[in-house]
Design a protein around this ligand. Structure first.
Ligand code: SAM
Length: 375
C-alpha cells in the first residue's frame, strides 16, 4: 500500500494513494480512503461546529480522517475505532503525527457502542448502517450521524435487500433518492424510539452514491411518541403522477382520484421535515465565516454552500416531481425549471427546486395546476 500525505480542511493525515482514474485506493489496500467523501466529511465538521458535543466516536474510522479532523478543527475529544487490525498501524501513525491525544480503539463497532457512551456518534460503514443502529441508539447521548452507501436497496432498485435491511418497502421511481433518505430516517427512528428516546433530523441529504443524516436525540416516551407520529406511507399511482401521504403505522388502501387505479404504498418511512432551517442557517454562517480565514477550512465550500441553500429552500413535502417526467407524461416540451417554478408561484402555490435532482420540483399545487403551467 503506497501512502501519501493528504490535506483536508485544516488537517493533514496519511492515506492510501488514490487510483487517479477511479479515485479509490487500489483494491486490496488494507485501509479504506475515498477522497470523494470529502464533502460528506466537511459537513460533519460544519455540523459539529454548530452543536454542543464534547465527545465524538468515529465508530468506523479507517484512516481516522474524520475523527482527526473533528479533534483538530472542532476541538472535540475524538475516539477513532475500527474493527480491522490492518487499520491500526496507520491510525497510530496519524495520531502520533497529527493529533496526539486522539483515542484509538480496535473493536467491533457494536461492542464499543454497547459499552461506552459519547455525545456524538458517527456511523460510516461499507454499505448499510442498519446492523449498527440499535447499539448506536443507546451509545449516542445527544447526536447520531449516519452515512448509508447502499442506495440501491434504500431506493428500491434492490427491493428484497431493502426490505430485509430496513423493514420497509420503497418504490423505485423518479423521486427514489428522497424515498431512500426517508426510509433510512424511518428505520433510524424505529431503532431509537424503542429506548423511549426522541429523534429529530437536523440536516439530511442524498448525493451521488450516499445518504447522510444528522440526528438530534432526546429522552422521554412522549418525545419518542412524537417522532413516531411522523412515520407513515406514501401512496403512489402506477399509471399517473398522483401520490398522497398517510401518517400512521398501518398502511391504508387508497384509490387514485385522477385515474381510479389502486395506489401502491411505500414505507413505513419518515414524513416529517428532513432538516431544520435554523441549523442550515448556522451552517451557512459558519461557511461564510470560514472564507475570511487565511487558510481554507472546507475544500468543498462552494458545493456545500449550494447544497445548503437548496436544502434551505426545499418545501417540506415528502416527495418531488421530476418535471421532465411530467412533461413526457403530458406530451409537452419542457420549459426552463425556473419558469415552471415562477408560474406555480404566480398561480398562488409554493414551489421550490430540490437537492435530489436538477429537474426536481416540490410544490403544494395539485396535479391539475401543475399540468396547466407545463402545457
Ligand atoms: N469513516 C471513514 C472515512 O471517512 O474515511 C471511512 C470508513 S470505511 C467506509 C468503513 C470502515 O469500517 C472500514 O475501515 C472497515 O474496516 C470498518 N468496519 C467494517 N465493519 C466494522 C465493524 N463491525 N466495526 C468496526 N469497524 C468496521
Amino acid at each position: 500500500m503506497k501512502l501519501v500525505e493528504v490535506k483536508e480542511g485544516k488537517t493533514k493525515f496519511l492515506a492510501p494513494e488514490m487510483d487517479e482514474n477511479l479515485n479509490f485506493p487500489p483494491s486490496g489496500a488494507p485501509v479504506f480512503f475515498n477522497k470523494r467523501m470529502e464533502l460528506n466529511r466537511d459537513t460533519t465538521i460544519l455540523m459539529l461546529k454548530c452543536l454542543d458535543a464534547e465527545s465524538y466516536l468515529d465508530a468506523m474510522s479507517a484512516t481516522g480522517v474524520r475523527g482527526i479532523r473533528v479533534f483538530n478543527e472542532c476541538g472535540i475529544n475524538a475516539t477513532v475505532n475500527d474493527k480491522s487490525s490492518g487499520a491500526i498501524p496507520l491510525l497510530e501513525y496519524n495520531r502520533d503525527t497529527y493529533a496526539p491525544v486522539l483515542e484509538i480503539t480496535n473493536r467491533d463497532a457494536n461492542a464499543i457502542m454497547h459499552e461506552r457512551r459519547f455525545d456524538a456518534v458517527d456511523i460510516d460503514p461499507f454499505g448499510t448502517p442498519a446492523p449498527f443502529l440499535n447499539a448506536a441508539a443507546g451509545c449516542a447521548k445527544k447526536y447520531l450521524f449516519i452515512t448509508a452507501t447502499d442506495t440501491a436497496p434504500l431506493c428500491g432498485s434492490h427491493l428484497k435487500a431493502g426490505i430485509r435491511r430496513y423493514f420497509a418497502r420503497p418504490i423505485n421511481n423518479e423521486y427514489h433518492s428522497e424515498m431512500g433518505l426517508r426510509i433510512l430516517l424511518g428505520y433510524a427512528v424505529r431503532e431509537i424510539v424503542k429506548y423511549d428516546r426522541g429523534v429529530e433530523p437536523l440536516f439530511s441529504f442524498a448525493r451521488e452514491h450516499f445518504v447522510r443524516i444528522y440526528l438530534k436525540l432526546s429522552y422521554g416516551a412522549g418525545k419518542a411518541d412524537k417522532a413516531i407520529s411522523s412515520i407513515g406511507y406514501i401512496h403512489q399511482c402506477k399509471k399517473c403522477p398522483y401520490r398522497t401521504e398517510q401518517k400512521g403505522l398501518l398502511a391504508e388502501t387508497h384509490t387514485c382520484p385522477e385515474c381510479g387505479e389502486k395506489l401502491t404504498a411505500a414505507g413505513p418511512l419518515w414524513l416529517g421535515a428532513v432538516s431544520r432551517t435554523d441549523i442550515i442557517d448556522e451552517m451557512l454562517t459558519k461557511i461564510n465565516q470560514s472564507k475570511t480565514e487565511s487558510e481554507p477550512m472546507f475544500g468543498t465550500a462552494p458545493k456545500i454552500e449550494k447544497l445548503l441553500n437548496t436544502c434551505r429552500n426545499e418545501l417540506e413535502t415528502s416527495t418531488f416531481y421530476d418535471y421532465h417526467v411530467l412533461s413526457r407524461y403530458w406530451k409537452v416540451s419542457p420549459v426552463a425549471i425556473d419558469t415552471v417554478i415562477e408560474r406555480l408561484k404566480d398561480a398562488g402555490y409554493r414551489a421550490s427546486r430540490v437537492h435530489y435532482a436538477g429537474t426536481g420540483i416540490k410544490t403544494d399545487a395539485p396535479l391539475d395546476e401543475i399540468r396547466k403551467v407545463l402545457t
